[in-house]
Design a protein around this ligand. Structure first.
Ligand SMILES: *Cc1c(COP(=O)(O)O)cnc(C)c1O
Length: 355
């Protein structure tokens, strides 16, 4: 695939203070666009100056949300190289999401190369301070101008980039989580396993209510029985009970997180027992009551590991590990962020150097 590059003639000033970067508010000078037209396929890959898109008001995505996205990071490493963490896994997940949303598949290797070229063009934008990175946001949306509920014949694949600060300003900070028993995020047979827009629209209400009650995220239960644990906010979730790490099995309504997969592989490599299975909220409460609930943490690209210090279920407040970070949570955070930033040897072959 040919990739044309048009550089901006008016580059923006880079952020002056890397410690003040707010997630997802600052964008770099360029973006990647690849078009899709039925009968032609994906075509016209181009890196162009960052800027607004003009759209017909009847563009299908604005009405029916046929669209998907991804999120991953690039790191400025101490050896001067730029590395991305498991970008092949994100490209593969795009095709999993595309299949569910009736969006034509992408060539994972070709699109990854184009995305990495954009990161290369913008390498001066990648912050250098410890814990900082460049957040990479690929997305695809339908572009037919038509008010029918029907798969589009045209799409745009795009990538935009955002320099981001350290998620934790003063070390790993445990969060308070509200166990949601009214709203649900997804059901089996729905779109929970796809990174598609509607899932996030569906989550806003519960998140807003939880915040009003003083909690930072919700713990989602299954949509049928409101009994089995699914995810925490937009992260996967792990419980350490009596020395064993348990994470809900991928059942169709849970997103298959790349951080989740990395956590499982790191735990196995260290000989720490880890199981993927169904786990009910009652089992979590029972473990809390008998003193075997040792750690709870979320896993996702943005925070990597997010320790949970408190769970609230139907008015019952459970303080986990004295509201402090557990040993395994800390080890996982140090190992994975170490591999990502090039200070821990990548024995898993996860990182890719941007050249
Ligand atoms: C993106 C996402 C995750 C985490 O996936 P990672 O690949 O680890 O970033 C988990 N749950 C939901 C709902 C998500 O959207």
């Amino acid at each position: 695939m040919d990739l044309t590059i048009t550089k901006t003639t008016s580059p923006k000033a880079k952020p002056e203070d890397e410690s003040k970067l707010v997630f997802g508010r600052t964008f770099t000078d360029h973006m990647l666009i690849i078009d899709y037209t039925e009968g032609i396929g994906w075509h016209d890959a181009r890196i162009v100056p960052y800027g607004p898109l003009e759209m017909d008001p009847a563009t299908t995505v604005l009405h029916y949300g046929q669209a998907i996205f991804e999120g991953l990071k690039a790191y400025n490493c101490p050896d001067g190289k730029v590395r991305m963490f498991r970008p092949d896994a994100n490209m593969h997940r795009i095709n999993v999401s595309n299949e569910r949303l009736c969006i034509p598949p992408i060539d994972e290797e070709e699109f990854m190369k184009a995305m990495m070229k954009l990161v290369d063009v913008e390498r001066d934008w990648i912050p250098k301070a410890p814990g900082t990175s460049l957040y990479v946001r690929p997305f695809i949306f339908s572009t037919d101008v038509f008010l029918g509920v029907h798969p589009s014949a045209t799409y745009k694949f795009m990538v935009i980039l955002s320099p981001v600060g350290s998620y934790y300003k003063e070390g790993l900070d445990p969060v308070k989580i509200y166990v949601e028993d009214e709203y649900v995020r997804a059901v089996r047979g729905g779109m929970g396993f796809a990174k598609t827009l509607g899932n996030y629209a569906a989550s806003l209400k519960a998140q807003e209510v939880a915040e009003e009650k003083g909690y930072s995220q919700v713990l989602w239960l299954d949509g049928v029985e409101r009994k089995y644990v699914e995810e925490v906010g937009t992260m996967n979730v792990c419980f350490k009970i009596a020395g064993e790490v348990i994470t809900p099995a991928l059942n169709g309504s849970i997103l298959s997180g790349i951080t989740r997969d990395s956590v499982i592989k790191v735990l196995k490599s260290k000989g720490i027992p880890v199981t993927e299975r169904r786990i009910s909220i009652d089992e979590v409460i029972e473990a809390y009551d008998n003193g075997t609930l040792e750690e709870v943490f979320g896993t996702g690209t943005a925070a990597v590991i997010s320790p949970v210090g408190e769970l609230c279920h139907k008015g019952k407040k459970m303080i986990i590990n004295n509201g402090e970070i557990g040993e395994v949570s800390q080890m996982l955070y140090d190992t994975i962020t170490g591999i990502q930033s090039g200070v821990v040897e990548d024995t898993f072959g996860w990182t890719r150097v941007v050249e």
